[in-house]
Design a protein around this ligand. Structure first.
Ligand SMILES: NC(=O)c1ccc[n+]([C@@H]2O[C@H](COP(=O)([O-])OP(=O)(O)OC[C@H]3O[C@@H](n4cnc5c(N)ncnc54)[C@H](O)[C@@H]3O)[C@@H](O)[C@H]2O)c1
Length: 442
């Protein structure tokens, strides 16, 4: 099979190496917006493109592997399928189920394979657990899948993962598909019964906890965390009716970072080739998993709407500030929340930078002034900050401690730099801090 790989970022090398290891597979084209990424392969004679349409028009591929940011999967896959080129697409197949269904319909209409690369289902420990589970799945009293990591250790040069529009959300849409597919591989079809989304910043959730139930009634818990300080936990625990507990650690024996991926991506390629050889069009759980993720967001949004954990905090501005700076050099502290006793005064700073990790620098800033919290509260990353007339200033990105213990700079992420002038603030005006809204999805 002649392969084109579209998107040469962090995950593509695992596909490129799997293609190289497979005697029946040849790399015949690569594509990336950034020519520097294709250059090493072009130097070895592989045709290289910066536009996927030109790659398809060259007619040198039987199949394409799509390793692009999530929001591009649907467009590129549909174009390839329309040309009769088989598609192996990274997870999630798409950001919305409407797009995933359009992709599957195109595959079915053109009789061309559309396959989602869920690499964990080929992990040898997952396969071992599947074989060890009782054939009567109703003997499983609980299945728990954990997928915990620090997203900043996994992203490539581009920070699209931290952009709700291009990623589609946070840990739920990123790691949810692999975790849900693992559960599906063990206990079959699932439906969502409850979801809690947490630590939401700029429309991206860093924590998600999902309750699901299988068609056989097995309760499944999926725990997702994007904000471990470092390292990763990717495992499954199955509790059985007779008290036995079986655990599969996806990373056991794979000590180097991402080293389990080698055998998993070999598994993807072999399965993809067999689906193409069998002439299957839309196949696997890709569309179903996009639907589950979408259901989980809907439930999570509804639940977080119902369960406010704090009320807006009464405040008043005690000193206004009117200036901006483009090289302020603040630093995001490690704290996601700060307890503020009644009567404390802190500084409000707006920024158009997008600080995410402890130590990130904050340069573009606009100053609103100093606010007194009239009641004790907990200010948290993701809290919305509004003027008394309801206008949204932005969401709390974190805290800079350069003036602590005198006060914190409460850093508010916004699409513009606000000052007391542009906000129309007067001394003693109120600025409202309230728990952040639910995840905004495109
Ligand atoms: N990184 C991982 O560990 C991992 C694991 C499993 C799945 N995935 C999935 O793989 C996909 C890619 O993730 P990644 O981490 O490799 O991302 P990445 O940002 O490292 O790589 C994406 C590449 O696509 C290129 N690109 C962007 N827009 C393009 C366009 N219009 N045309 C051509 N090239 C374009 C970028 O230049 C970049 O090289 C995502 O869907 C992700 O969910 C990633």
């Amino acid at each position: 099979m002649r392969y084109g790989v579209i998107g040469l970022g962090a995950i593509a090398p695992f596909f490129l190496e799997a293609v190289e290891r497979c005697p029946e597979s040849t790399l015949t084209a690569v594509c990336d917006l950034d020519p520097a990424r294709t250059q090493p392969l072009a130097d070895e004679g592989t045709p290289a493109f910066t536009d996927y349409r030109e790659l398809l028009a060259a007619g040198v591929c039987d199949a394409v592997i799509i390793t692009l940011p999530n929001h591009l999967h649907a467009e590129v896959a549909i174009a390839a399928l329309e040309d009769g080129v088989a598609v192996c697409c990274e997870k999630p197949l798409a950001i919305t189920s409407a797009d995933a269904r359009r992709m599957a319909e195109t595959a079915d209409r053109t009789g061309t394979t559309l396959f989602t690369a869920f690499h964990r289902r080929y992990n040898r420990h997952l396969i071992g657990l599947r074989e060890a589970l009782p054939a009567d799945r109703s003997q499983i009293t609980r299945l728990t899948v954990r997928y915990n990591e620090n997203i900043l250790e996994h992203i490539g040069g581009d920070r699209w993962y931290l952009d709700a529009e291009r990623c589609g959300g946070g840990c739920l849409i990123d790691n949810g598909p692999n975790a849900l597919d693992m559960a599906h591989a063990l206990v079959g079809g699932l439906s969502v019964t409850g979801v809690r989304l947490g630590d939401v910043r700029s429309g991206i959730e860093y924590v998600a906890e999902l309750d699901l139930v299988s068609e056989d009634g097995v309760p499944v818990r999926v725990e997702l965390d994007w904000a471990l300080s470092t390292g990763e936990v990717k495992d499954v625990v199955a509790e059985l009716a007779d008290g036995t507990v079986l655990r599969a650690d996806m990373l056991e024996g794979f000590t180097a970072f991402k080293s389990s991926l080698q055998h998993e991506y070999d598994g993807i390629l072999a399965d993809f080739r067999s689906q193409v050889a069998a002439g299957r069009a839309s196949c696997g759980t890709g569309v179903e998993i996009v639907g589950l993720v979408e259901d989980a967001y809907a439930v999570g949004r509804a639940e977080s709407g119902r369960r406010r954990s704090k009320l807006p905090t009464p405040t008043r501005m005690v000193r206004l500030l009117f200036h901006t700076s483009d090289d302020r050099g603040m630093t995001l502290s490690q704290w996601g929340t700060r307890c503020i006793p009644a009567g404390e005064i802190h500084e409000l700073v707006t920024t158009t930078d997008r600080p995410r990790a402890a130590g990130d620098r904050i340069d573009a800033v606009g100053f609103l002034g100093f606010v007194e919290f009239q009641e004790g509260t907990v200010v948290a990353v993701g809290d919305e900050v509004r003027l008394a007339d309801g206008r949204l200033i932005g969401t709390v990105a974190g805290f800079d401690e350069c003036h602590f213990p005198n006060h914190y700079n409460i850093v508010i992420e916004s699409d513009r730099l606000w000052t007391a002038t542009s906000a129309g603030l007067e001394p003693l005006d109120e600025v409202r801090f309230a728990e952040g809204g639910a995840v905004a999805r495109p």
